[in-house]
Design a protein around this ligand. Structure first.
Ligand SMILES: CC(C)(COP(=O)(O)OP(=O)(O)OC[C@H]1O[C@@H](n2cnc3c(N)ncnc32)[C@H](O)[C@@H]1OP(=O)(O)O)[C@@H](O)C(=O)NCCC(=O)NCCS
Length: 184
């Protein structure tokens, strides 16, 4: 592994991570365009107490980095059903604290989440959507092995207006970029 490759691993949310998650709920702009306004911060504690953010249909994992496993942000997964209610795929998401962005952590964390979900669930498809303005996430998804499928027109009301979304997917059969990454 090259010396400048960031150490990244995914782990369950712990008590010590709740304050960071509350910051994403309460600080305008910390999640970029994905901030939807102030929300009840008590939801963070309630969800942690209920299932540790490890639900069957949705969950979150902490993106830990460095030798001491400092929390750099979190990833999420949500079951997506289309047509047949008995089959599903996942929609994933990510947010990193600003000081950890642009260091190669985001694409690795999303590729690791795909590996984790493909290993432990039988899904064939993982998708992710981002705003047309979010070039960092579009590049990060492509580096994580996702393919761009198209534009969702005026899909979401965020930051004062309706915005286009870009839809990406990675299939179980697509190449895993993590295998090649350490050869960089
Ligand atoms: C989007 C996000 C997860 C990307 O993770 P990251 O660790 O910053 O990105 P990486 O360092 O892994 O970079 C991946 C690719 O994106 C590019 N990139 C990173 N930041 C960029 C930026 N601000 N502008 C343009 N390209 C950027 C990198 O150069 C790299 O491209 P390359 O493979 O061609 O070299 C992170 O920036 C973030 O948390 N942003 C705020 C929240 C957010 O937007 N989440 C996604 C919501 S859909």
């Amino acid at each position: 592994m090259p010396v400048d490759t960031p150490q990244v691993r995914l782990r369950p949310v712990g008590e010590q991570d709740l304050q960071m998650i509350r910051r994403f709920v309460l600080e305008p702009g910390l999640v970029g365009l994905d901030w939807t306004g102030f929300r009840d911060p008590g939801v963070v504690r309630r969800r942690f107490d209920a299932d540790g953010f490890l639900g069957e249909d949705d969950g979150r994992l902490i993106v830990a980095t460095g030798a001491d496993g400092e929390a750099a942000g979190m990833v999420s997964y949500l079951a997506r059903r289309r047509g047949n209610p008995r089959s599903y795929g996942w929609e994933i998401g990510i947010v990193l604290l600003p000081e950890w962005r642009g260091r190669g952590i985001g694409w690795r964390a999303q590729a690791m989440l795909c590996s984790y979900l493909f290993e432990h669930t039988p899904v064939q498809r993982i998708e992710a959507a981002t705003h047309a303005e979010n070039i960092a996430e579009q590049r990060s998804l492509e580096r994580a092995g996702f393919e761009r499928e198209g534009v969702l027109r005026a899909a979401e009301f965020r930051a004062g207006r309706w915005r286009d979304g870009c839809l990406y997917s990675r299939l179980r059969t697509d190449p895993d970029p993590l295998g090649a990454a350490d050869q960089d």
